[in-house]
Design a protein around this ligand. Structure first.
Ligand code: SF4
Length: 192
């Protein structure tokens, strides 16, 4: 019944948009579940880097299938799967423009300030967030995760501002469509 209270409606609605929701909404659950799995994923960033590349290759191989069905038709089911898988592993906020491979597998959208290019000046001496004292700074973790990765120096690349119009859309499909387009353009240029 607690969800029916007017005071809880706004955070729930905000969370559904993928926008940052403070851990105060459910501190115990977030600190025990999300932080634990999220930090585990960062510790295993090298494996996830390897796995993601294999996974992206398979998705690209399936491009003819996505194209035959229609990218717009598969968007909803793939987004559903992506939200749940990445939500579990990375506490993904479905920004639609995934930066995990450039951020040590630490999702930058979990930063309360949603900074995409490094930490603010408020990181505590113990490496935790100034806004959420119990949460390790996502950028401290991003740097640690990046040091385990083969292409970890991608963390030094400047990320574009978040395009809010892409929220709640599938990064997987977007990256696949862009890779297929680039591949077809390269093939066409070669034939010309
Ligand atoms: S960067 Fe965006 S898509 Fe990637 S895990 Fe974070 S919120 Fe999800």
């Amino acid at each position: 019944m607690a969800d029916a209270k007017p005071g809880n409606a706004a955070p729930a609605k905000k969370a559904a948009t993928g926008a940052y929701t403070p851990s105060g909404v459910s501190p115990n659950r977030r600190s025990r579940r999300s932080y634990t799995i999220r930090l585990w994923a960062v510790r295993h960033s090298r494996f996830f880097e390897w796995f993601y590349h294999r996974f992206a290759d398979v998705f690209l191989l399936l491009h003819p299938l996505w194209k035959a069905i229609g990218y717009s038709r598969v968007e909803a089911p793939i987004t559903f799967i992506e939200r749940n898988v990445k939500g579990l592993l990375f506490d993904c906020r479905m920004c639609g423009q995934c930066a995990l491979s450039s951020t040590g597998m630490s999702c930058p959208m979990n930063c309360p300030k949603q900074l995409r290019n490094g930490p603010c000046g408020g990181v505590r001496a113990n490496g935790n967030c100034e806004v959420e004292p119990d949460m390790p700074c996502v950028w401290v973790k991003a740097w640690e995760g990046s040091r385990n990765m083969v292409k970890g120096d991608a963390i030094l690349n400047v990320q574009k501002p978040v395009n809010q119009s892409l929220r709640e859309t599938s990064s997987w499909l977007r990256v696949t469509a862009q890779a297929a387009e680039a591949r077809e353009a390269a093939a066409a240029a070669k034939d010309a």
